[in-house]
Design a protein around this ligand. Sequence first.
Ligand code: MSP
Length: 570
Amino acid sequence: MDRRYITTPIYYVNDRPHIGHCYTTLVADVAARAHRLMGDEVFFLTGTDEHAEKVAKAAADNGMSPMDWATRNADRFREAFDFMGFSHDDFVRTTEDRHKDKASAYIQRLMDSGEIALGDYSGWFDPSQEEYVPENVAAEHDFKSPVTGAPLEKRTEQNYFFKLSKHEDWLRQQIETDRIRVLPEQRKNEVLGRIKQGLNDVPVSRRVKEGDADWGITMPGDSDHRIYVWIEALCNYLTVVDTDERREFWPAEGHGTVPVTHFMAKDILWFHAVIWPAMLRALGERPPETVYAHAYFIAEGRKMSKSLGNFIEIDTLRAYAQRYSLDAVRWYLATQGPLGATDADFAYARFVEVYNADLANGIGNATSRVGNMVEKYFDGSLPKTCNGEFGLPGGKALGIALAAREAAGKPVDDPTRTFDFATETTAAVAKATEHIGACQLDEAVRCGIALVKRVDDFISYTAPFTLAKKLDEHEHGETALATILYSCAEALRIASLLLAPAMPGKMAELWRGWDCEHLHDPADAGSGFVAPLAELAAWGSPHGLKAGQTIRKGDALFMRADAKEAAPEA
Ligand code: MSP
């Protein structure tokens, strides 16, 4: 079994979570679930970044201590992530000792080895992002934050510096050769372009000023400085697994490799693709395998911002989930979100369109149609297939169905068309697996819907409902009908596996109705699946549907949505 470590950014707790935080965490959740489904042992981490100055400021503005404020918002993140059904294995808060102690030990190590040393620094600080902005970028943005538009502050301070510059060649080479995969490709080019302009050493501490809240981790051996929140925050990825039980997820050099994937949006790519790998190298640790930076969600065509007050809040997502189901929200985010390099819109009209096409009229309709027919024609018990006797559809069963269709006066438009679900499902699984490896999780789960569409086509083409009325007129008519329905049901079972990382709840509901519960134990701490995807999804595998198995019609997985209805509101 391969191990894999998947992370999200740890989020600031100055405010409550919104759709953006849920989106990245959903992407990571789909990746984690997909890898577990493939049989990997996954450690999936998310959490909160608490020592930022803006957290202390928000706390003061609200008359609370930084710690109480942080706890309140960290709890909101936890609740939001529980509501979204995320399967993280741990949730770290940077105010926890397990993080603080190790983060300072790493900084101490870097000071001991001379990778961090004292020096003078003067530059443009963006208080809204807690980071320094390079001179040229500051000038380009009229000395306002490139992210929030807040005025930049000129700051000069004596600081501890991390000697990033000495890792320049190594970083360029790692990224160029994809030893550190920076994805999507466009982001890789941007990062390489910026590295080629030259790397400056980066400040890693902040001098404590009078009146500062007692907030942050003190620089080891120098209580006049605190560790710059970004530097400390990045360490979370290692602090959490730097324990006896978990170290296997980030093995030291010479002890094997475990692919680490960091997910985030483009705003914080530089920290993850450049500063963090260099810090790891300086610590003698391996760099991450993949750094994936998606674009932004915008809302109804407009950038989300505090001043516009148009953040899609968790309560809005809850309202959507209440009307359409949580998995519908997950599906929309997973397939319509800004996974690539371009921003994506959260728009009600689009939501309804996608919901109806993929879910209500897609997997929902196909499963209830097949369930209905099995119930009607075979008393709800999956019929014995004619594998071997006639071959799979595309062979004789298809021929009989088409003959029945023609006999009913419905001409066959294209008699050369073939359906070979054994081959098609294998190809769909292979394609999905490839997409998962490339972090194209939207494409991966869409492979499930593509399969559903093929089942729909097959049903329209063979018209089993027509054949069912003419069974007596065709020798082997019943076997042909059985083969068609079996093929549809089995192809849908395989599609449901590919859809499960995005829609675990609804697919579990389907498995309950189709006697497939034994394939997946939701209470299991690991993947929960009895076998890896390649085995589970193999046509004719012992995990496949069997003759005699119950296929309950059940309620439709997704009710059709009415686009004329007003958008759900929190
Ligand atoms: N605390 C730092 C990260 C430290 S990681 C060691 C931070 N926190 S944040 O709360 O500002 O979160 C930024 C991240 O939230 C983005 O990188 C992205 O993952 C997510 N998003 C915030 N707004 C977003 C959108 N509008 N759209 C998509 N994702 C966005 O930066």
